[in-house]
Write a new protein. Structure first.
Length: 204
């Protein structure tokens, strides 16, 4: 449990691994903030469940930025916020300025991602692998000028999702990338100024 108003600053290469559940509910007045201590990225903030005991993850008014990726006990966590095997609720939160392959990476679980912003993460704002659930009322945008970084707003693999009422803008690659036999319903999304609006591939 992380209480409202908690601020955690992590130095170069330092990671946090939660084995089990994570409840991080900030408030609008007292958000929870996880950030890098200096200009160098920290490792990752990771949550790992098991097939028999998936983690329960609830984050709200949670601001996370400046992280990277890490290998911990033989497991590769590709996002500055990484969740493996869990039931995940993300609401009213901001994930920004990652140095990792993904701003958020979630593998194997159920997701409800709502009312949140994903800004200037490198390279995918969110990468969802083999999950089911809903992604709605979020903003995905990229404004950094870096020709070496190829960015997607939402990258989906092997998943079953409803994607509704989101805004995807200014990605150097794809607003949405839907692959590996995913089944996705898209409703009322605003997609503008991306190199490719939507890529549908791999039998999706």
């Amino acid at each position: 449990i992380i209480e409202p108003g908690v601020n955690i600053s992590l130095s170069d290469g330092i990671s946090i691994l939660v084995r089990g559940d994570l409840y991080a509910r900030g408030t609008e007045v007292d958000p929870i903030v996880i950030q890098n201590l200096n200009a160098q990225p920290y490792g990752t903030f990771a949550v790992k469940g098991t097939t028999l005991n998936p983690s329960k993850v609830i984050v709200e008014n949670f601001l996370l930025e400046g992280g990277s990726e890490s290998i911990i006990d033989g497991t590769y966590f590709s996002g500055q916020f990484s969740i493996h095997i869990g039931d995940v609720v993300i609401n009213k939160s901001v994930f920004s300025n990652s140095f990792s392959d993904d701003g958020i990476n979630i593998k194997k679980g159920n997701v409800e991602i709502t009312n949140s912003r994903f800004i200037n993460n490198s390279a995918d704002q969110i990468d969802l692998d083999f999950v089911s659930g809903n992604v709605s009322n979020n903003v995905f945008t990229y404004s950094n000028k870096n020709d070496e970084v190829s960015t997607d707003g939402l990258d989906v693999s092997g998943s079953l999702l409803n994607i509704m009422n989101n805004k995807f803008s200014n990605m150097s690659d794809k607003g949405l990338s839907i692959g590996e036999k995913s089944k996705v319903n898209l409703y009322n999304n605003f997609i503008k100024n991306n190199n490719i609006g939507i890529a549908l591939k791999d039998g999706s």
